[in-house]
Design a protein around this ligand. Structure first.
Ligand code: PLP
Length: 398
């Protein structure tokens, strides 16, 4: 991997013809420290957000020791990188072979579930010589509202709090430690999301009359994007801490969280080249099948900055982007605010792509990623500024 100070250095020095991923290990490291110092419990990284080995190592160096893995490939990946990490298999629906390999080969002891069928699968897959496992931490996934979040995770998984008693009681019978987990949806714009979900946890615990050892509030912690400026994460942690303290859980119970986006968003940006301009539409060399899946499919607005040696004085205009493939779906509506005089040959840095950006890249139509470069500057400082008081930074507080 090359090192280069920032996007401008890469653009001028290399004139790249393919999209370049700029990674900032210092930003991931800082996000890890933030969660470790401020979240009142254990923070695990949700690997799905960005499975880059370099990022996973940066988070480990920053002090993250627990990882939320959702597939056997993620289990193998993290175990291969970090032999001592604690891995939690938090996908509520898994193949029995995946559970067995995770438990017997990779030392995974924590699993989530949302049905009696999955519970039976876990019990069968972790049995050894006809003897049931006695060291399982099993987290029952509750279905909670995604109404405060930009991206719903409410439909696919989870058992409603009112219906959870039979599953909680059956899980208690076979688990060494019983947990309850949920996910409020990604990019939760208000801490109230967690307060409401934890109220559902209370309903579930009281309804089942079971002793609970782990409360896992999942992911959903927001990052800052244009038009999406949530309050500071401290406020989220305060709300969670207060609601958790009042729950009827065992005195030795643990509080966990599973941030994906908040630990990884600032880690990466992508430097793209403008290949053509037609009015307020720019044809760029990355798109929906590359790092911009969310920009194309759910109209996510990522921060953008023109990367040019002499700063443009032209007024900002809202542009849309077409990606490099041949189909109309490769379209990012934006609006992405860029100077009016932008033209073919210019470079743009698209920021906050560390979460659900490079992780979604495909090789469709022959367009793939170019080089990866380490940048030492602050993520998108021309957009967000670098001052300590900048309200647009949630986790980059130094
Ligand atoms: C996706 C996911 C996460 C991470 O969510 P973010 O919104 O990126 O923080 C955490 N836990 C589970 C179970 C998930 O599916």
């Amino acid at each position: 991997m090359h090192e280069n100070h920032n996007a401008l250095g890469v653009a001028l020095g290399h004139k790249p013809t393919q999209p370049v991923t700029l990674v900032r290990p210092h930003a991931a490291h800082r996000a890890a420290r933030y969660f470790l110092e401020k979240f009142p419990g254990t923070s695990m990284y949700a690997v799905k957000a960005n499975p880059s080995p370099d990022l996973i190592r940066s988070l480990w160096d920053g002090g993250i020791t627990h990882f939320d893995v959702a597939s056997i490939a993620e289990v193998r990946l993290v175990r291969g990188l970090l032999p001592k990490a604690t891995l939690c298999f938090m996908h509520p629906i898994k193949g029995e072979e995946a559970i067995a390999e995770a438990y017997h080969v990779h030392d995974v002891r924590t699993f989530s579930l949302d049905s009696l069928t999955e519970l039976a699968k876990i019990v069968a897959a972790t049995r050894r010589d006809g003897v049931d496992a006695t060291d399982l931490t099993l987290c029952v996934r509750l279905r909670v509202s995604s109404s405060h979040s930009m991206l719903s995770l409410a439909s696919k998984f989870g058992v409603a709090a009112d219906d959870a008693a039979p599953l909680l009681m059956a899980t208690r019978q076979v688990a060494d430690a019983l947990g309850i987990c949920f996910h409020v949806g990604s990019q939760a714009m208000s801490p109230q999301a967690y307060a409401e979900a934890l109220a559902q946890v209370r309903v579930a615990i009281v309804g089942a009359g079971v002793t609970v050892d782990v409360v896992d509030v999942g992911g959903g912690f927001p990052s800052v994007y244009p038009g999406m400026e949530p309050g500071a994460l401290d406020a989220y942690f305060d709300v969670i801490s207060r609601a958790y303290e009042s729950l009827p859980v065992s005195y030795s119970a643990e509080l966990w969280c599973e941030p994906g986006r908040a630990l990884s968003a600032e880690y990466a940006s992508v430097l793209v080249r403008v290949e053509a301009r037609k009015d307020d539409v720019l044809y760029i060399n990355d798109g929906a099948y590359g790092a911009l899946f969310d920009a194309a499919h759910i109209d996510w607005r990522f921060p953008v900055a023109l990367v040019r040696e002499t700063e443009s004085r032209a007024k900002p205009v809202g542009f849309s982007f077409y990606g490099p493939t041949c189909d109309d779906m490769d379209f990012m509506r934006g609006p992405f605010e860029l100077p009016a005089d932008i033209q073919a040959g210019d470079y743009i840095e698209i920021g906050m792509l560390g979460a659900y950006g490079s992780a979604m890249r495909t090789g469709f139509n022959g367009f793939t990623a170019g080089a990866t470069v380490i940048a030492r500057d602050e993520p998108m400082d021309t957009v967000y500024g670098v001052t300590e008081t900048s309200p647009s930074r949630v986790i980059s507080i130094r």
